[in-house]
Design a protein around this ligand. Sequence first.
Ligand code: SAH
Length: 233
Amino acid sequence: LFVDTPLDTGISVPVEGAAANYLGNVMRLKPGDPVRLFDDRSGEWLAEVAEISKRALRLAVTGHLAPREAVPDLWLLAAPIKKGRIDWVAEKACELGVARLAPVITRRTIVDRLNGERLRAHMIEAAEQCGRTALPTLAEPEKLDALLRVWPADRALYFADEAGDARPLAAVARPGPAAILIGPEGGFTDEERAAIRALPQAVPVTLGPRILRAETAAAAAIAIWMATAGDWR
Ligand code: SAH
């Protein structure tokens, strides 16, 4: 369970709302039952149900289980797509171990407003489900050309390009600071494609012969990079 306050042994954590309902009525926890908590700062803690009522419960933190995990240094740069689909991308990126989700505004991006709170809520839920103890960071939306101008010298930019000459990602993925760039439903313009390829750190990659939906391309690219270059192996 994610708790947005610094955890420590001996502190008491009040739980209410949906989380309380889940623990109390779905999991049917009783006083003394164990609950694992994380605060996205100090790792994972063990707590137990101290008291429980219809609408709320209180947990007592009893010990530290593990330090905050280190995830591979992979960013996902994705042009925002329709609401339900970008939520799905945020959830999959969290499950698959992405360190940072950076929405990129490109010429053909049709979604111009992003609800960061909603995306963060989806990532918290995904982390609780998959057992991550460090949440991906969620960057503010940035324009593609602004991002390229300040691109970090040491970070590879795997540019998912379905329309240009590109190598299979599995063949070129290397460990180290990395980012995967996925376009919007309408793809990249030729000018954008040239500007991205002009970056020394750019590595154009293909995800196969078919045109994948942006969200499919994002999940597939992250999984391929993790499997071939993620430093957790
Ligand atoms: N321009 C395409 C649609 C873009 S698909 C068209 O309409 O024909 C959305 C994004 O997914 C693309 O910008 C690209 O980043 C990624 N993508 C889709 N299929 C891909 C593939 N086979 N290889 C690499 N990237 C792909």
